[in-house]
Design a protein around this ligand. Structure first.
Ligand code: NAP
Length: 304
């Protein structure tokens, strides 16, 4: 049976100089449940100690509909201020461009201020990867590119990425950028398979963008599947998980990592043991047959 290669321990972030762990940890849910800086420090250490050196946050993480904007960055900033040596052990990614109650804002003025504000909250001089969180249809990509290029030139941002952009939006922004995009961050999971066939991953490979998969467990749905489709996908993952002695969630991360675009799943758990467990995804080997069995379960119809 034809086996797919094991994922490498690290991957280069697009065409940048950054070498990152091939699985990341994300902080969308960090500022929930009254978590403190001490709790955050434990999670950061759990990730780093497991070899997960790529950390993803955003200015809006913590926002609960009325307040909390910036709270996840503030928590991480407190940890970085208390233990400055941690900064050098991670590749730090954040995002901006969603301004509640406005939906999205990528005007030059807003982006300039948003980047400054993230640096202040994170208590750092620069972030390694800065991503536009969602496309602002009212921003001209040339204006957005100009402000992002300026931020890179000033050293405040080292590399650029986008999230939730269509291939055409990526192409338009990249056209105007001097410092080209190195990442794209769509939702990808065994339950969210659109990008395998809609051109997003093909474009990423063509442009040399590293795809970062958000909600790789579909927000936890894969851990507790309810619908017939979710259960069928979980069962197809379980075949490989059981044969290789890993959990279903680890099998789900590794399924994404087996794709040739070099997808980096972003673990969403805020539980230290589950974050560390994610590193086991490096050990899972997929055959073509098993990989396609998960895809077919998610499609719900056989391949043509
Ligand atoms: P996910 O991995 O799909 O879901 C994580 C959720 O599943 C957590 O609530 C976790 O709870 C739960 N879970 C239940 N059983 C689990 C298990 N056995 N192992 C691991 N988790 C389990 O990821 P996500 O949180 O939705 O998203 C991941 C990251 O993607 C975010 O942190 C963020 O960085 C990024 N993201 C980006 C966007 C965007 O628009 N760019 C949108 C959403 C997310 P516990 O914490 O209790 O383990």
């Amino acid at each position: 049976m034809s086996e797919l290669p094991l994922p490498p321990a690290t991957r280069r972030l697009g065409r940048s100089d950054f070498e990152v762990s091939s699985i990341a940890w994300g902080m969308w849910r960090l500022a929930e449940n009254g978590r403190t800086a001490a709790d955050t420090a434990k999670l950061v250490h759990a990730a780093l100690d497991a070899g997960i050196t790529f950390l993803d946050t955003a200015d809006i993480y913590g926002f609960d509909g009325s307040g909390g904007f910036g709270d996840a960055e503030v928590l991480l900033g407190e940890v970085l201020a208390a233990e400055p040596c941690l900064r050098g052990r991670m590749v730090l990614a954040t995002k901006g461009g969603i301004l509640p109650p406005l939906p999205y804002d990528q005007s030059a003025d807003y982006l300039r201020k948003a980047i400054e504000a993230s640096l202040r909250r994170l208590k750092v001089d620069s972030v390694d990867l800065w991503q536009i969180h969602r496309p602002d249809i009212l921003a001209h990509p040339q204006e957005t590119a100009r402000v992002l290029d300026d931020a890179v030139a000033s050293g405040k941002i080292k590399a650029l990425g986008v999230s939730n952009f269509t291939p055409a939006q990526i192409a338009a922004l990249n056209h105007f950028l001097g410092h080209k995009l190195v990442t794209t961050q769509p939702e990808i999971s065994p339950l969210r398979i659109d990008c395998f066939e809609n051109g997003e991953l093909d474009q990423a490979m063509m442009l040399g963008l590293t795809p970062l998969a958000w909600s790789p467990l579909s927000g936890g749905r894969l851990a507790a599947p309810e619908t017939p489709r979710d259960k069928a996908v979980a069962a197809a993952l379980d075949v490989v998980a059981e044969a290789q002695g890993v959990s279903r969630t680890v099998a789900a991360y590794s399924w994404l990592m087996a794709h040739p675009a070099g997808i980096i799943p972003i673990i969403g758990s805020q539980n230290a043991a589950r974050i560390a467990e994610g590193a086991q995804a490096l050990t899972v080997r997929w055959t073509r047959a098993d990989w396609y069995a998960v895809l077919v379960a998610a499609r719900g119809v056989p391949l043509p």
